[in-house]
Write a protein that binds this ligand. Structure first.
Ligand code: ADP
Ligand code: MG
Length: 230
């Protein structure tokens, strides 16, 4: 029991710290980026030009890490509420739609209002990380199908892309910190998404076919009005 409590305490300290760091770091990064862009422009014809490019590239890496890790983190303690999953999926789709449009990816979402217990901000982060990967797997366009349905006591979310897919060995490494096949990947997005889903009692299954696409099946215990009343 002592070990468990200790672990819990540590986790909440870590998530609290992460949220504060996200807020405190993002602003100076944005300001620094602005000034560097200005200086880069001013030094267009100087031999120092390359250093500004290098500095800006590094900043971009830092921003990628923040966005995979802490986009929706709030410096507040975890808030578990009854959440409408349909709304959260819709919200996540709205966030990634511009990226989808850039890659000619069609998004199709089908579902109905179903509730579960969890942290809104975090589930949003998990979806964005997963959907972002799906879109990045379809650089030449494709279809992203998302469905939300109930299955007895559970609600099921199926996310299916028609992208490049993964080999068996890549699939086995999915969710491992820093595993990335992308040139500028962080390898953190899936780890974060998986741990968020797990922390809310959800389960996740992934299947993938190389050059055939990837399917994520996520499942959470559903909150019915009956259980809510008790
Ligand atoms: P990153 O996106 O920064 O590479 P992630 O943790 O989000 O890191 O993903 C890890 C790796 O998993 C990706 O680099 C990619 O190889 C693979 N992957 C994740 N989702 C998909 C997907 N939908 N289709 C194909 N490969 C995927
Ligand atoms: Mg990713």
């Amino acid at each position: 029991i002592i070990i468990e409590l200790h672990k819990l305490e540590k986790e909440s300290i870590v998530s609290h710290l992460a949220a504060s760091v996200s807020h405190e770091v993002r602003n100076p990064l944005t300001v620094t980026k602005g000034f560097l862009q200005l200086l880069k422009e001013k030094n267009k014809n100087s031999e120092d030009h390359q250093y500004f490019t290098m500095a800006l590239d590094e900043l971009k890496n830092a921003e990628l890490i923040l966005s995979d890790f802490l986009t929706f983190a709030k410096p507040a303690i975890e808030s578990i509420t009854t959440v409408d999953m349909y709304e959260e999926i819709q919200r996540s789709i709205n966030v990634i739609r511009p990226l989808a449009n850039l890659s000619n990816v069609n998004i199709h979402f089908e579902g109905k209002p179903l509730k579960f217990k969890g942290d809104k901000q975090k589930i949003h982060q998990a979806y964005v990380n997963i959907l972002k990967n799906c879109i990045e797997a379809m650089p030449k366009g494709g279809n992203l199908k998302i469905s939300l349905q109930d299955n007895e006591k559970y609600l099921e979310i199926i996310i299916k892309d028609t992208g490049i897919g993964m080999s068996q060995s890549q699939l086995l490494r999915l969710g491992e910190p820093f595993f990335s096949t992308k040139e500028t990947g962080t390898g953190l997005g899936m780890m974060v998404a998986f741990s968020i889903i797990k922390s809310m009692g959800g389960t996740l299954e992934v299947s993938s076919v190389l050059n055939g696409g990837t399917t994520f099946k996520i499942s959470f215990l559903m909150v019915t009005d009956l259980t809510k009343a008790h």
